[in-house]
Design a protein around this ligand. Structure first.
Ligand code: CA
Ligand code: CA
Length: 85
């Protein structure tokens, strides 16, 4: 039982690590540290991102990108990963 639990924990940690590797989220772009990205914050790091692209990335239309939206945009190639540059 204990061994099974440990194995499951290892799998969960591996999955979490993998998710982090796929997209950096808002980290590195969130200039004021509030956990969301405005267009200005995105363009400060990625000047190639247009307002049109930003609106596309803003899935819930609240005018900011949260961590999930940012990660999805990175996975879709709308924002370059930090490791790509
Ligand atoms: Ca911010
Ligand atoms: Ca949003």
């Amino acid at each position: 039982m204990t061994k099974t639990m440990t194995g499951l924990t290892a799998v969960l940690i591996a999955a979490a690590t993998s998710a982090l590797a796929m997209g950096a989220g808002v980290s590195g772009m969130d200039a004021n540290g509030d956990g969301i990205l405005t267009l200005d914050e995105v363009q400060a790091v990625h000047p190639e991102v247009t307002e049109e692209t930003f609106v596309t990335m803003d899935a819930n239309g609240d005018g900011a990108l949260d961590d999930a939206e940012t990660t999805a945009a990175q996975e879709a190639g709308l924002i370059k990963m930090p490791s790509d540059s």
